[in-house]
Design a protein around this ligand. Sequence first.
Ligand SMILES: [Fe+2]
Length: 743
Amino acid sequence: MKKLAKINPKKNNYLLGIQSFATMDTGACILKFDNKGKILDYIAISEERLLRKKYPYTFPILSIQYCLDYFRIRNLKDISFIISDWIRENRWIRSGPSYNYQEFDYIKEKLKFDKNKIIQIDHHLAHAASTFYTSGFRKSAVLIVDGNGSDLETNSYYVGNKNKLTLIEKFKNQGIGAVYSAVTKEILNLGTGSEGKTMGLAPYGKKNKKIKIKYKLNGIRTDFSQFMRKMPYSDVLNQINNEFRPKLIKFKHKKANKQNIMKKYFADWAFEVQDVSEKVLCHLAKDLKNKTKLNNITVAGGVALNCVANQKLFKKNKFKNIFVFPACSDAGIPFGLTIWAYYNIFNGKKKEFKYKNAYSGREYMNSEIIKILKKFKIRIKTISVPEIAKLISKKYVIGNFNGGSEYGPRALGNRSILADARDPNMRDYINNKVKHREIFRPFAPAILEEKSSKFFDVKYSPFMLQVAKVKKPELIPSAIHVDNSARVQTVNKDQNEKFYNIIKEFDKLTGIPCILNTSFNDAGEPLVETPLDALICFFKTKIDFLILNDFIIDKKKYNIKNLINELSIYRDQTIRKNLKLSSKNLTKNFNKKELHSKIKYENQIAIHHTLQRPILKLKKFHSSIKNKKILIIGTNDHTYVLQLLLPDFNNFNVDYLEINKNDFNNKKYKIKFKKITKIKKIKNYKKVFISSFEFKDEIIEKYNLRNYFTPYDNSSRSIIDFLMIKNKISLKEVHSYDFNKFS
Ligand SMILES: [Fe+2]
């Protein structure tokens, strides 16, 4: 790590946080503090909101500009440091040698910023910082459970104490996040980023003897190797040919579609993966409690979005307090990066920072709203809070736009669709007619904090990241899930005064201190960010009234089709213009021709690293061990393919110890090496060769190996993949293919 940076005594300091790789949650955050080190303000946004495209995987050019504009900074010259994370390797240009080179990497090269002022930290450390420094706890255990962090890390334990975060333990390889994604994509066929849908489907399923995810838990280690193979994340081969993208689940299963997703088989799969997630999270929390003996726990990482599991984690463990950062997935990384740097590079003081709410986006003034409404001749009236509450009580569906947007996936009142939870038909109506989404998706109740315990077994849940049992389900049927649970948002005046007052007025009218709250967007769209986004979503859906700050718009008075068209064209033009201007402002010598030739060149290197480099290393090793006694420890399928690729190996002085698993394939093959069942003296061997891709780390650990050879690093593909690709066979067949056909 670079030495402690100095606070600029003459002016304000700005830290910019961005992810180092093309993620679906790409975005930016700028944190501002003064010359005495006091935090003055911060702003954070996800790129998808500005680009109007979910899961963009692009460089956050619009997000950076949005943050600069907020602080009225013209360009990156005023930024003290860029803080970023790292994934495969700790370097700025290209996050790992196996990644496909894309515009994201090119922009990083062309950024108008001194590369010496870029600091990269561990991905999970950024997650840990986001949740610990916002928790308000002086001392806390920190649990990070994620799909894939730095160097394939999945589970991490930290301890936060005052302003320091210390890593206690970490685990690499398969974790529950990757398993949840694999079931969501490969079995339930719900697509990228749809783990929340699986969670919604789970209560419709039951324990089913025929559906089982096999796993083992040991301390921080989670072993799902019998269920799925290692996932080659963002691998160049995945991108150039879909047949090179391996099937992750190791056995045959059915695949859902929109018509049959609610059938027992698929609902039972959702139930199983949810059940396993809850058990894994509870186990990890228990392990962390035993190891730290602390009373508080803070949680982050993609898996922490699973509010059902969070609740079980808390209830079944001995922690007294839990905190989950609202943007606990990778969307929250930019903020985590800047807040970590503030405390650890600039030695910030913990007492300085109080995290009050999740509204990290910029506010839009009434004057801006009037300007856009005038442009499209949309008439407005002002509206008071009691009038909004009255409309909701009359069963109208309201699009509510107010203040800054929420950081993270949950709408918490500022970009929300609001409705009357008392109406039993409201849930199906909003799912079908407003949000055009699956009927099993639940909605959340937003309730006055002081009255929450009358309706739910939760007193405080400001970010909708805990789930509660409902005490009076008959009173709010549309905000209750099928299993009588609810993803509650408790609201107090401090967090969001206007939203609090709307619910309070609704309570006065109806005697129910709770309304239905769901994110303000149509199916497949990101949350609305600007007044223009809100207008388009409002006119495209069956939302009855739109509230823009202090104004109300009634849909009935317009030619909706024409208006949607005009608004959409204007928005597309604005985004294109913003992209052009921001690119010009943030990068130098951007050249499309150069980008395309770089993509070609760099991807050849990436393919070589991923696929051919292990073979070359293997051949080099092979020629170096002639006439020397070696021990091969590995799996049957991998060792068989090794013999096929290098038949000469059979004449060498080799002992072979087979572990009781296969890497990918279901068959057992005849191995010609001299088999042993026990290692007598490991010193008798010149070298130990690990002939397994999946279980490399497990073998190293089990046999306490030091003097070993493996052709793989964290960016390689297996020699089995090499052989399949070379013979033009789809990797989707790898589990059932007969490797004898190669011989
Ligand atoms: Fe992450």
